[in-house]
Design a protein around this ligand. Sequence first.
Ligand SMILES: Nc1ncnc2c1ncn2[C@@H]1O[C@H](COP(=O)(O)OP(=O)(O)O)[C@@H](O)[C@H]1O
Ligand SMILES: O=C(CO)[C@@H](O)[C@H](O)COP(=O)(O)O
Length: 466
Amino acid sequence: MSTVVGVDSSTQSCKVLAVEAETGEVRSSGVAAHPDGTAIDPRVWSTALHEAWDGAGIRSLGTQVIGAGVAAQQHGMVALDDRDRPVFDALLWNDTRSAGQADRMREELGNEAWLEATNLVPVASFTITKLAWLAENKPELAERVARVVLPHDWLNHELTGKYSTDRSEASGTGYFSPLSNRYQPKLLEQYFGRVPELPKVLGSHEAAGSLLAGWGNDAAIVSPGAGDNAAAALGLGLENGEVVVSIGTSGTVFTTSPIPAHDPTGAVAGFADATGNHLPLLATLNAARVMFAGAAMLDVDLQTFDRLARDAAPDAEGLTLLPYLDGERTPNLPNASGTLLGLTRSNMTAGNVARASVLGVLNSLADGLESLRGHGIDVRKVLLIGGGSKSRSLRAAAASIFGVPVEVPAIREYVALGAARQAAWTAHGEFPDWRREIDASYQPEGDWGAEVRARYVAARQRVYGV
Ligand SMILES: Nc1ncnc2c1ncn2[C@@H]1O[C@H](COP(=O)(O)OP(=O)(O)O)[C@@H](O)[C@H]1O
Ligand SMILES: O=C(CO)[C@@H](O)[C@H](O)COP(=O)(O)O
């Protein structure tokens, strides 16, 4: 039985799947936690990969394993010296210390020039702003940087001994164009002072190499890998026009399209997908962990929190949470904090706080859906994935807040599944036809969702002016 391995090295954990190459059936899985924080020594990801690889029992599968692929959190700045040692912790997508550099980049070149060069408008999440921060604040370390790679590139090297990347990942750096499919060295010269060595951008199913000895089967082919959202699109078999809402550490709203996004406001990032097309995407810093924080605030576990939210009034009796607990990327408010509005003596209950937390996450992502609509994307249905989609109260409310039907695919690690699917594509030369199973479907109910949306938008405009 041919097996392919898919890896998702995300913000909070590394997940490894052993997948049947013909059918996409998951044979085994492993997971290993990553430490909290927005600046991480990339060697931690290597350790977690070994742990999750063993957890899935990959080595014992031997020659059954014909391929492997790595997807990971996007944008992380992995800056290496001439002996491939990190010169500084990797600054992750959700680290906002380079917000000042991003502001200056937009002011100096103008948003249209950035779109022309990279199809992105710089925000703190993007790698180039982090390199600018390093050059300005740690010049002695910046001088030692010989090479810059991204999280999934780092793990490609762990598996094959070679650094490589793919178009979806490169498109999130701020120094690559998904239109010309070329790096933009002039931007690195201007904002990092020079051009460090960058990984080769592989084709959509071009082999990155083969597994080094010790991983289980050194004849197994390693695929290019991808950024996590592009990999999720592969895992779902996303078709043009289908829209995904992913509720993980990040919240993301995206679709796949043959036409690149072009958003001078920067809200819709013009990423590439992992098939040669485009992945218009909006990302938030505050998603599943808003519910985790809400549960901690109420001193209950997630299951109890979910029941409280489910049993409360649909509109939380007017309680509104603007969930910008870690600052926010979309809207670009890196220094914001959360705001709870509408508190009264009668609605100040644990259930309403739980419900308002769930509604805050959904409203934040509904803003993203409206931005996609504003760019001509016809949002007729939403596919809901990510760890946060396991919340029963969130699933049940999503369709009413989004205003469209919501389908929840069978709970899978779709990022890792997409990496495995890419591995099968690379090993066999054709994209495998794996079936997508739907776990549940929901329709908008009544008009409470529209009222909650209107109240949230008014509160956001009043408090943050956006
Ligand atoms: N039943 C649930 N209700 C709400 N959140 C959940 C539930 N189950 C898991 N989560 C959250 O999902 C998140 C992990 O989702 P995941 O998509 O794996 O994130 P990432 O890929 O960013 O690491 C965690 O923050 C966890 O608290
Ligand atoms: O920054 C983005 C997309 O631009 C995030 O989607 C990161 O890629 C983190 O992903 P998760 O850890 O939430 O899966």
